[in-house]
Design a protein around this ligand. Sequence first.
Ligand code: ADP
Ligand code: MG
Length: 629
Amino acid sequence: MTEAQVETKQFQAETRKVLDIVINSLYTERDIFIRELVSNAADALEKFRHQSLIEKIEFDAHVPLEIAIDCDDKKHTLTIADTGIGMTREELETNLGTIAHSGSQHFFKQLEEAAKKDVNLIGQFGVGFYSAFMAGKKVRVQTRPWDGSEGWEWASDGGGTYTISPCPGLHRGTKIIIELKDDAHTYASKFTIERIIQQYSTFVPFPVKVEGKKVNTVQAIWTRSKSEITDAEYNEFYKFIGTAVDEPLYRLHFSADAPLAINALVYVPRENFEILGMGRMQPGVNLYCQKVLIDQHSENILPEWLRFLKGVVDSEDLPLNISRQALQDNALVIKLRKVLTKRFIKFLNEEAERNPETYLEFWKTFGIFIKEGVTSDFEHRTELGKLLRFESSSSEPDKPISLAEYVARMQDGQDKIYYINGPSRAAVEYSPYVEMFKKRGVEIFYTLEPIDDFVLNHLGEYDGKKLVSADRADLSLPEATGDKQPETQEQAEPLTDDQARKLCAWMKEILGGRIQEVKTSSRLVDSPAMIVNVDAYMTSSMERILKASGQSEGLDMGAKKEMEINTASPLIKKLASLQESDPAFGRDVVEQLYDNAMIQAGLLVDPMEMVRRNYRILDRMAGEEPSTT
Ligand code: ADP
Ligand code: MG
């Protein structure tokens, strides 16, 4: 080959960074690079098998589908060859020169962190191929595409560049040749390689041969009967299919003959990688037909909110040669999705019943996906409602309960389910919104994530009972009945209607457009005032979400709020007299009441302005005679 045919190229900046991390921060558990390369080889074989179902392939048709690993302990090289789909020159450049998540700073931070914490996590980032540089000082990739077009060689020492040059005479597939680093010579030993394959890659659905000898057992575990499979086998398969190192939280293995022939084996992992900040997950369930992979990481076989599941779905009813595009609106696939989703929701409900502790663990890690389901999956919304868990005024901290539990202990005459959103249990418990609930002994859910109200709004009702936020302006609580009689406490004499009306009008004048109306409250017990929402959608929690995501500009939130005052509160009564005797000071008090109520509603106020005003009020307390007695 002439010099002119070798082209030198730069890695994309992000790729260089990944390489840097892979080469420099990963010293332990190097073994996993074998797993990554074998899994790529298996993917390439699956892709070829699928392609050969779609069209007749002439080139190299006789070459069997397998992975061959060879070691040379004199030259210290390791070669992993597959007879899979291969890569064109363009594919070599994009697949091995760039990475899919390009540009995300966050991504690299996470990768670096993960690499420090547990090197096994890097497989999850889809930077699998580059792990070859953990053990290799030089890596060469020789590849020829399935259609028989020209072959190419890609080579790099993991620095800033790689070369690409023509490579004639190859068979179909990809061969990775690794020149091992001085401290990695053990990977040229056949015993080491056999051990690693047995540990990580026993489930690869193609023969893996080390020095010509097949070392794995090819098996489709999901088609075997449950009673024959041991827990250890199930867990091994999970590790294989989910590129995981731990054990799954749940597994569901089920078969059905009607209405469709299905074999499914799905797992719930222990970690939620989206919460860990690694961006949106790829779906983790592969679709098979009679043990042939039809759609890897299938977007179609389950709804999006179930993307955290790992596993396999196999249905004999699907046509083998269906293309990925055709899967999207294939009636059978849609039916399969329905059956699987229903079955999985049912499974979760059963697990929640059987072992509530484990279910809470699931809820803490994956509850966010159930919530996503409630807002996005109309078809399963009602069923998903049963899976929701929230803390409540009667639950222990950190022990959220179901809507069913709440309904079971509702009071006679109560026909609604109440909830209130806030940043923490403590903040909610001492907010004015729950005062009357406490007094009347009515249970109320504490929704502690900003998204929760949005979710409950979508759900609308549960078991025929409307879901109502306690910061609604039009809230009416059931009268206390039966054994839940409130302690009778002497309420102070409230302002007269006239006095109240006059005070409300004055307060509204001071607060202007920030509030639609100031009203006498029928449900405040101790607090002097609170903010309530007029609109069912533009609520305080919605305002928080919009503000946090920078979308609140131009919204007139004041038009959606009212302020309620407690006309029996001593402070409000004093304020009424300040209106006459010292309106300037009274103004400060009104402003401060408003700010306090806003804070209790979880909304932001101008802190500088508030501090200045606060000092004026304190000054007065410290130095001056109060103007009323
Ligand atoms: P991932 O496997 O998660 O996509 P990798 O870094 O392991 O990420 O591989 C990057 C891409 O390179 C693969 O998606 C595939 O397109 C291509 N690739 C890697 N190894 C092979 C192979 N043996 N045969 C064909 N293509 C391959
Ligand atoms: Mg890979």
